[in-house]
Design a binder for this molecule. Structure first.
Ligand code: RBF
Ligand code: MG
Length: 182
């Protein structure tokens, strides 16, 4: 199936903006390793659960949780993950970033549980599991789709990133929400 055209309203319209905060948990570890597109996974809260599954865009900011020590947690697949709660991040990584969010069952991977994950459009030196992610969702890009190849999925995610970055950086009605996180 090919992606439907993305409709971009003049400005964010109800239910957006959705402004919320969630802890960064461990996902399947596929984003970085298999797709080359890392995502920060977050629990599905009632607010996110009320949205249709699909791809969204907005702004985000990472908040380190400084009163927590590093700890190692074991993922369901047996892999151990170091939770540093964002305490290794640099000042230039703690700014407001453009993001794309995927909510759903990842049909390409046939997940059994609904997941929410955010790709932050910046490069990071270190992981930041256990940090808090504050974010504002401003609009919808497309529904979740299934793909016949991994390459086709990657291509569509890169298109999502390009469309979303363009809206967030060039449309004033969307750019201005960046200030709410500063
Ligand atoms: N997974 C799908 O199965 N279908 C999709 O249409 C899809 N779109 C995505 C769009 C974006 C912007 C992102 C960040 C992820 C998307 N994913 C999709 C999820 C992807 O499969 C997931 O990030 C990896 O499996 C790592 O958990
Ligand atoms: Mg992930």
């Amino acid at each position: 199936m090919t992606r439907p055209e993305t409709i971009i309203p003049e400005k964010p319209t109800s239910p957006y903006p959705i402004h919320t905060t969630a802890p960064i948990i461990s996902g399947f570890g596929r984003g970085s390793s298999e797709l080359g597109i890392p995502t920060a996974n977050i629990p599905i809260n009632a607010q996110l659960n009320s949205l249709p599954t699909g791809i969204y865009y907005g702004w985000c900011k990472i908040h380190p949780v400084s009163d927590q020590n590093d700890e190692t947690r074991t993922r369901p697949d047996g892999q151990s993950i170091l939770f540093n709660h964002g305490n290794k991040l640099q000042a230039n990584e703690l700014v407001v970033h453009p993001m794309v969010m995927s909510i759903g069952w990842n049909p390409f991977y046939q997940n059994k549980e609904k997941a929410a994950e955010i790709h932050i459009m910046s490069k990071f030196e270190r992981d930041f599991y256990g940090a808090e992610l504050e974010f504002i969702v401003l609009g919808y890009v497309r529904p979740e789709l299934d793909y016949t190849t991994k390459e086709a999925l990657i291509e569509d995610i890169l298109t999502d990133i390009r469309i979303s970055r363009d809206i967030l950086e060039n449309k004033e009605e969307y750019t201005k929400y960046k200030k709410e996180l500063e």
